[in-house]
Design a protein around this ligand. Structure first.
Ligand code: SF4
Ligand code: SF4
Length: 495
């Protein structure tokens, strides 16, 4: 398949080919000035083909820039973009209280201070909420967002502006120090802590973060628990030879802490900047590798077949949109960007949703039901009633977790349940996801055009995540930064 990629040396757009060889999907490309490059795109061809079935066409929720230099230089969002914002990121600072060798934000090393003002933050959030449909979820990032002055007020602002999900991506140091801080954040409206969490031993932290950080992570989780934050997502950066033997242990750790840990979201490492060819080839790990590792390390309890690509759930939005008559967020990101599943935990045993539910059949059913949805109110009520009874045929009650009735499941899937139904679902369910952010070596314009994870920037643009980190970050930060010089006190101290 022909596509476009970037030259890792000069960042020009060049032709690339995605092709199959020896059971893998590879990407090769040639820059006239800098020669040929090749990389593994997806390490399992059969899973790649399976996921290809679930590509959905979407559209951007807003257009802010013109088509001019071409993708990815027109971000954004430009008229070519094909997904709206499902999760917005806002960097609050490039300061950090750690110095991770693996940091893609290059925080603190840049030599300048990037901290959008409160007014700029408000404008960015207003912009996100003006999309159609309004962006529902914002994640504060950085740098380390928790050390930004006024962080609690920024969370409050997000709540006032109507975000349904407010998250923070953090190393956990500030949370570990104070359950009071966690409590304040919870009161301000914070829903979820995306906690950098690379393993259940100190070794991965020493390699990826430069310090043993496990104790801090455990304390951060405890602080969240005591401070009332009941949704922590563990976010491991997955690297070969560093923590690829810990995927099962991380998921088991999450299951043991299910009262507060609601998910594990794995990020296979992206290679930023110049990297030695052999080191890259040696270290490249892709989504199917993670799925295989988890299957092996859970003795088959969470098989790779339990994972589906992000756009697999698009029919849910089609159905809810047809039913409510209001535009819904459509999960139309590229089918090879990420995968996810829900696993229920019962007496220490994992029950993937696919073990008791015909999820493919159900999605087909939802899509057909959306197309056939009648316009009248009575017709719609009938359609929902039909859905509830039809759902029973997609669920094998004998294999389902105890107490999880089909109504609760349906309400949770469609996001239309009352709070109790949703709480019941989330009490037992663990989300496991994986998203492979792109680097300049495996960059595919087809993927980034469909990206649904977007940065909002102070110049009031909305820039897809992988485009921002590969191309736009330095120019945006420089345009809105002040030089650091000797302002050492502005840098977080390593703790
Ligand atoms: S990534 Fe999207 S917004 Fe950016 S230039 Fe490409 S199509 Fe346009
Ligand atoms: S952030 Fe990158 S990997 Fe994720 S959806 Fe966007 S383009 Fe794909």
């Amino acid at each position: 398949m022909k596509t476009k990629s970037l030259c890792p040396e000069c960042l020009e757009v060049i032709d690339a080919e995605v092709y199959e060889a020896e059971g893998k999907i590879l990407l090769k490309k040639k820059c006239e000035k800098h020669g040929e490059f090749d990389d593994v795109y997806w390490s399992d061809a059969s899973l790649y083909h399976k996921f290809s079935k679930w590509q959905h066409e979407g559209k951007a929720g807003v257009t802010l820039t013109k088509t001019d230099k071409g993708c990815p230089f027109d971000c954004g969002l430009c008229p070519e973009h094909k997904s709206s914002t499902m999760l917005a990121l806002i960097d609050l600072t490039n300061r950090c209280n750690m110095r991770c060798p693996a940091c893609f934000a290059n925080a603190a090393a840049a030599g300048y201070l990037y901290e959008p003002t409160m007014e700029q933050l408000r404008e960015m959030m207003v912009l996100l909420r003006s999309e159609t449909p309004p962006c529902p979820a914002v994640q504060f990032a950085g740098g380390e967002p928790t050390i930004r002055d006024g962080f609690v007020d920024i969370v409050k602002m997000a709540r006032e502006l109507g975000f349904a999900h407010i998250q923070v991506a953090t190393n956990g140091i500030a949370l570990a120090k104070s359950e009071q801080f966690c409590h304040q954040l919870k009161e301000a409206g914070l829903h979820t802590v995306y906690l950098q969490f690379d393993g259940v031993t100190e070794e991965p932290y020493k390699k990826l973060r430069g310090i043993p950080a496990l104790k801090t992570k455990l304390k951060a989780i405890e602080s969240c628990r005591r401070g009332g934050i009941k949704s922590v997502v563990l976010v491991p950066t997955l690297m070969k030879g560093v923590n690829d033997d810990q995927m099962g242990d991380i998921v088991r750790f999450a299951a043991e802490n299910l009262d507060v840990v609601k998910g594990v979201n794995v990020q296979p490492i992206a290679f930023e900047g110049r990297i030695d060819e052999s080191e890259r080839k040696e270290g490249r790990i892709t989504i199917p590798d993670f799925m295989n590792l988890l299957e092996e390390q859970t003795d088959g309890a969470i098989p790779k077949e339990s994972f589906y690509p992000v756009p697999f759930v698009a029919p849910i939005s089609y159905f809810v949109e047809a039913w409510k008559g209001v535009p819904q967020l459509e999960f139309t990101v590229h089918q090879h960007c990420g995968a996810a599943t829900y696993v229920f935990v019962e007496n220490g045993r994992f029950i993937p949703i696919t073990e008791f539910m015909d999820v493919e059949g159900f999605m087909e059913f939802l899509r057909d039901a959306a197309e056939a949805m009648p316009g009248s109110k009575v017709g719609k009520i009938k359609a929902i009633a039909g859905l509830v009874s039809a759902l029973r045929k997609f669920i094998d009650k004998d294999k389902a977790p105890e107490g999880l009735d089909s109504l609760t499941l349906l309400a949770s899937i469609l996001g239309i349940g009352n709070r109790e139904a949703l709480a019941e679902f989330h009490r037992k369910a663990l989300f496991i996801g994986v998203m492979h952010f792109q680097d300049t070596y495996n960059f595919d314009l087809e993927r980034v055009k469909r990206c649904g994870i977007h940065y909002a920037t102070p110049d009031l643009r909305i820039i897809p995540f992988c485009s921002y980190n590969a191309i736009h970050r330095p120019s945006v930060e420089k345009a809105f930064s002040i030089p650091l010089h000797s302002t050492k006190s502005q840098l977080g101290n390593r703790e």
